[in-house]
Design a protein around this ligand. Structure first.
Ligand code: SAM
Length: 197
């Protein structure tokens, strides 16, 4: 199934867009501060309006790029957030090139077509050098009512199956804070993966 993200942004049908960073992100920035500060280059794929990317950039010392397929999302990110070392890109993550010591993702893996999950992990393994990290707040169970994704549900076991091919799980924890309306046990999980050496 393909999904027209640009149309959703144009029509404002964007239930994932909350107008602020994920409430758990400040905790992750403290918990993984060293990692974020040490990363010379950070990629935030599927960044939407850039709230998370902008907050991470405030802690990071290296350069950070927020990437999204939808020009409409990046227009909003550019209008809201700027700073030295912070940039925005429009593009398909599957075609993206570069080397990033840290990738942060939030509701990106669950937004791509289910059949491309292995491709997603392979792409991350290409973009992240050995020893580099992928930190994510993964949406496990979108719990839609009468609606098919995205986001598409995924279990923690499936995440381990896919990411485990190229990454080692370093840390994992259910978020202690989330957006209003996204509460509920087992709906999200924060995970830190390290690219196998
Ligand atoms: C569910 S939204 C989440 C946006 C943002 N992370 C947030 O939480 O507000 C998924 C985002 O991924 C983007 N996206 C989907 N497929 C993509 C791809 N192949 N490459 C880059 N971005 C993609 C969409 O345009 C959309 O902005």
């Amino acid at each position: 199934m393909s999904f027209d993200w640009s149309t959703r942004y144009r029509t404002g049908e964007t239930p994932w867009e909350k107008g602020e960073p994920h409430p758990e992100l400040p905790f992750l920035l403290v918990e993984h501060r060293g990692l974020i500060e040490e990363a010379g280059s950070i990629l935030v794929p599927g960044c939407g309006f850039g709230h998370d990317a902008h907050l991470i950039h405030a802690t990071a010392k290296g350069r950070l790029i927020g990437l999204d397929l939808a020009q409409e999302a990046i227009d909003q990110a550019e209008a809201r957030y700027s700073g030295e070392g912070l940039s925005w890109g429009v593009g398909d993550l599957f075609e993206w090139q570069g080397s990033y010591e840290l990738v942060f993702e939030h509701t990106c893996f669950c937004a791509i077509p289910v059949g491309r999950r292995a491709d997603y992990v392979a792409k991350m393994a290409e973009l992240i050098p050995k020893g580099g990290h992928l930190l994510g707040i993964f949406f496990l169970n979108p719990d839609h009512e009468g609606e098919e994704g995205p986001p598409f549900g995924v279990t923690a076991a499936e995440l381990s199956e896919f990411f485990g091919r190229d990454f080692e799980l370093i840390w994992s924890k259910p978020p202690s804070k989330t957006y209003e309306g996204r509460e509920g046990e087992g709906r999200e999980r924060s995970m830190l993966w390290q690219r196998r050496r």
